[in-house]
Design a protein around this ligand. Structure first.
Ligand code: PHB
Length: 582
């Protein structure tokens, strides 16, 4: 969205902006800015947004009812379902999917991280991150925003700025010299850090760097954003004009390295030829794609229909439940965003009305509001989502650890069944707890996050082992040395193998007193988008108090329902980023 476009919309249609939607977005932005700290108190939201307390309360009640935030007393946290908004942008723009094969190939070829970034106002928004060199964790996530003057893609985009865009950038520099509007910079090394090589780069150099792009065709980042981080970026242009004006750079393909392997100059010398070729092919792919509906390669990928339907259902249910405290136009507006997707990439107003089941006038007012705020662009009678949608909590949510993601679900389960619940992952031949919510009852075993147990003697271990590829399971059974931890422990490897077959067939495992006398656990697998078992969830009880039948008939259905909700959250936050399995 060009700054000029924002003000022309504001001038021409001031009365049509939907107030509750605008205020709801302001609250979501404020929660997102705080999201690294996980929660924000309502009083701080009132301060950050300048809205009345009663307004903030109603916005929060509505967002919570739609499943986009979680309220815990006076504290608010982003909920994984909120990524439906960013996923709608990413899947409808098609850029991450289109550019993935070229980014993959570059990452493979150079064994370095590769990212795709798009212009967002005078900033640079990441839409794809392929991290290699796992020892150096990637600094930026999908959805993060960097100032143009602090990275390689920024210079590429600035090379095409007109005077209005340069002045907007200048105004931002003057208004926010400390880059407070870029929370991700707090994750990079602060300038006072002894390892930091240089001071904050002189922003005015952006003009020279943009000029260098015009001469050389690519941009270089020599530790502009973080000490040790070097990058080379190449533009991908939209020659047809599907994503904006024809010929503009719509994305930057970057190879990112570290000064321990490359200087900025040697990196450029090393990668620029292949990077230029990849960008040229990516450009052809963007042109051939033309913004037409696509089927994503991943069949479990986000599809607009069910999300929009789920949001619409929540919208109607909430209206009944919350009465006048419910901001219908906020919920409906957000449902309009979730209607965009792979099969509705550049919809018309009528198509959006049909997909959401909302009146045309409602959809129209929501679109006007989104347009003014820079979330939507109009192109003739068609609309498309803009990368700014990702500022609504996307990056912090994709960085959620599995433990943090599952915790509210386990808490709900424990409140229901009044027994302890946990989630574990396989770590070598052990299970390792990533989350545990105990009941108030004192158990004989105190299990903390990080605790390990041998997989063979636990229900979570059995479902995790049962989910391994055949060859890995066979190799495990070959090498495992079982010990009788109690007199019930299955130590015979043949019997253990049969127990794994049963767990695979039944979709759960029940283990009584094999790890410790008196302890019983029932567990089910947690699967990722591709159907692979990535974790296990359990309910553990005293064996004497809860018989096997009760475990199967009462605990198992409750556990399965909670795991279905965990998986829905996991799919939402991993649609365009790998899961964080800790
Ligand atoms: C990144 O992908 O993390 C990245 C890309 C280009 C930069 C800096 C960081 O200039």
């Amino acid at each position: 969205m060009l700054p000029g476009e924002v003000s022309s919309v504001r001038r021409s249609v001031p009365t049509e902006i939907v107030g509750p939607l605008e205020r709801g977005l302001a609250v979501l932005r404020a929660v997102s800015l705080q999201a690294e700290g996980r929660t924000i108190a309502t009083a701080d939201l009132v301060r950050a947004t300048g809205l009345a307390r009663s307004t903030v309360d109603r916005v929060l009640a509505t967002l919570s009812r739609c499943g986009f935030i979680r309220l815990n007393g006076r504290d608010t946290a982003l909920a994984p379902a909120l990524t439906a908004l960013g996923n709608a942008y990413l899947s409808s723009s098609g850029l991450p999917d289109l550019l993935a094969p070229y980014a993959d190939r570059l990452a493979e070829m150079f064994d370095e991280s590769v990212s795709v970034a798009v212009p967002d106002g005078d900033g640079v928004r990441f839409v794809s991150q392929l991290a290699r060199r796992r020892t150096m964790s990637p600094v930026f996530r999908v959805g993060d925003l960097l100032p143009a003057e602090r990275c390689a893609p920024g210079a590429l985009f600035a090379a095409e700025w007109d005077d209005t865009e340069w002045s907007a950038w200048q105004r931002r520099l003057a208004a926010d010299p400390g880059c407070a509007g870029f929370p991700v910079l707090r994750r990079a090394r602060p300038p006072g850090d002894p390892d930091a090589v240089g001071a904050i780069p002189d922003a005015s150099r952006l003009r020279h760097r943009a000029a260098a792009v015009m001469a050389g065709g690519h941009a270089v980042d020599d530790q502009l954003v973080d000490a040790g981080l070097v990058a080379v970026a190449m533009p991908v242009r939209d020659v047809v004009g599907v994503l904006g004006p024809a010929g503009r750079t719509v994305a930057a393909l970057s190879v990112v390295s570290h000064t321990s392997r490359h200087s900025a100059r040697t990196l450029a010398d090393h990668v620029v030829g292949e990077l230029r070729e990849a960008a040229r092919q990516a450009q052809d792919a963007v042109a051939a794609d033309g913004g037409h509906p696509v089927r994503r390669v991943d069949p479990a990928g986000p599809s607009a229909g069910p999300v929009a339907a789920a949001v619409s259902a929540a919208v109607s249910a909430a209206k009944v439940e919350l009465g006048s405290g419910y901001l219908q136009s906020l919920a409906r507006g957000l449902a309009v965003i979730t209607a965009f997707g792979p099969s509705l990439r550049r919809p018309t107003l009528s198509e959006l009305a049909q997909a959401t089941g909302l009146p045309r006038a409602t959809v129209r007012r929501a679109l006007i509001t989104f347009r003014q705020l820079g979330y939507v662009r109009a192109d003739g009678n068609r609309f498309c989502l803009l990368p700014r949608v990702l500022e609504l909590g996307y990056a912090p949510l994709t960085g959620l650890s599995l433990g943090t993601l599952v915790e509210p679900h386990l808490t709900r389960l424990v409140g229901q069944v009044h027994e302890s619940a946990s989630v574990s992952v396989l770590s070598g031949d052990d299970i390792r707890y990533v989350a545990r919510v105990p009941t108030v009852r004192i158990m004989s075993v105190a299990i903390a996050v990080g605790t390990r147990f041998p997989a063979y003697a636990t229900a979570m271990g059995r479902v995790l082992l049962a989910g391994l590829p055949d060859a890995d399971r066979a190799a495990y059974l070959q090498r495992v040395r079982t010990e009788p931890l109690t007199r019930h422990t299955v130590t015979d490897v043949g019997r253990l193998g049969r127990a794994l077959d049963e767990a695979a067939r039944d979709g759960y495992a029940l283990v009584r007193e094999e790890l410790e006398d008196g302890l019983q656990s029932i567990a089910v697998p947690v699967r990722d988008r591709a159907g692979r078992v990535v974790a296990a969830a359990n309910v553990s009880t005293h064996a004497a108090r809860v018989c096997a039948v009760t475990a199967r008939e009462v605990l198992l259905p409750a556990l399965r329902a909670v795991v279905a909700a965990i998986e829905a959250d996991l799919y939402a936050v991993t649609a365009y980023s790998p899961p964080v399995l800790v």
